[in-house]
Design a protein around this ligand. Sequence first.
Ligand SMILES: *[C@@H]1O[C@H](CO)[C@@H](O)[C@H](O)[C@H]1NC(C)=O
Ligand SMILES: *[C@@H]1O[C@H](CO)[C@@H](O)[C@H](O)[C@H]1NC(C)=O
Ligand SMILES: *[C@@H]1O[C@H](CO)[C@@H](O)[C@H](O)[C@H]1NC(C)=O
Ligand SMILES: *[C@@H]1O[C@H](CO)[C@@H](O)[C@H](O)[C@H]1NC(C)=O
Length: 355
Amino acid sequence: MRFHLVLVASFLGLLFRTSPSASLRVGSFNLRFDSQPDDIDVATTLSALGDPLQEPAYLANVSEQPWSTRRVWAAELLLHRGVEVFGVQEALIRQVKDLKGLLGSGWDLVGVGRDDGKEAGEYSAIFFYNSTLELLDFDSFWTSETPFEPSKYEDAGHNRICTVAHFQPKDGSKLTVFNTHLDDQSEDQRRLAASLIFYRARYEAVKTDGPVLVMGDFNSPPTGDHSGAYNISIGTLDPKAINETFADKYAVDDDQQPDFILFDLRGETERRRVSGNFATFQGFTSPEETDKWGRIDFIFGGSNGHWWVSYQGVSKTSSTERSRKSEAYHVDSSLTDDGLYISDHRPVCVDVSLD
Ligand SMILES: *[C@@H]1O[C@H](CO)[C@@H](O)[C@H](O)[C@H]1NC(C)=O
Ligand SMILES: *[C@@H]1O[C@H](CO)[C@@H](O)[C@H](O)[C@H]1NC(C)=O
Ligand SMILES: *[C@@H]1O[C@H](CO)[C@@H](O)[C@H](O)[C@H]1NC(C)=O
Ligand SMILES: *[C@@H]1O[C@H](CO)[C@@H](O)[C@H](O)[C@H]1NC(C)=O
């Protein structure tokens, strides 16, 4: 019986797909930088993991623990959820290396430290599983007034960077992934960053004629006075003026994707398939203190489409609608029973089919 269902499903799939498609699980996770560095190596952490049959002291201590304690859980959560490409934010070089090692064979990453364009400062790295995606190329730009050099926007707290990678999935067209981390202090920086990313995302949509995904920690919510970056991304607020060298490099003609915007994939997913939590940030506070909690991490898809839902029952939707739907969206908890917060953020995951 199951075999017949599979046959019917494949037949429907053939009818309604115009070209081959691959479903991809995409994630974004702010890991929280290694703020309490120690020199404990991964092997020592692994050998010190307790007895899995032992009941823990529930929620014993929810305060921030060192990266050396959090790292195994971060890697295991991502592996268990089956993400195939994901962006991390706040990752220092040690964290990047630890995570690559813990994820294991077949995992690779792109990105640079935001302070020198090499290994200094936090990375907004993009990790990917190399049997699903072949890396074509990548680059980084700074979300400042001088995007092609390590730099900080005037009133921002830190240098801020965006990583852009092109991948070739097994089937389908070239995929572009952006990963970024906007400033925590400057709303102007966040708006400028969103403007640069928006401009470049349209260019990628035109240039690649393929799916464009933008992810990151926006350090700002989708509503209220600090929602400028979000509104610029979804096209309801005009972008800010950007650096001219950048504008020239990524220029497209007025009639190419003129109405390009980014769709918040949480809103593009069938409601019953949006699961888990709403807030993506909890600030290491216990579930009784939610003042700081909020949704500030996002995954967007370009309005040029090439990512769409592949479950049955979508035959009536127009090709534009069909070409921009995600299949499932999930925000995991990052708190374990013993009170360990894996990060002060939660991982956001979305399933998209690509064509
Ligand atoms: C909770 O964990 C933090 C970080 O490891 C530690 O400094 C603190 O002493 C712990 N508090 C309790 C009550 O165990
Ligand atoms: C994927 O990575 C593994 C090791 O991590 C390597 O042996 C293999 O050649 C890579 N495959 C591709 C297609 O790059
Ligand atoms: C634009 O960015 C380039 C490269 O980072 C820089 O050299 C140039 O000075 C910037 N232009 C202005 C007007 O700031
Ligand atoms: C963003 O859009 C929302 C909804 O339209 C609006 O309430 C909010 O004020 C806007 N934010 C900014 C900074 O313009």
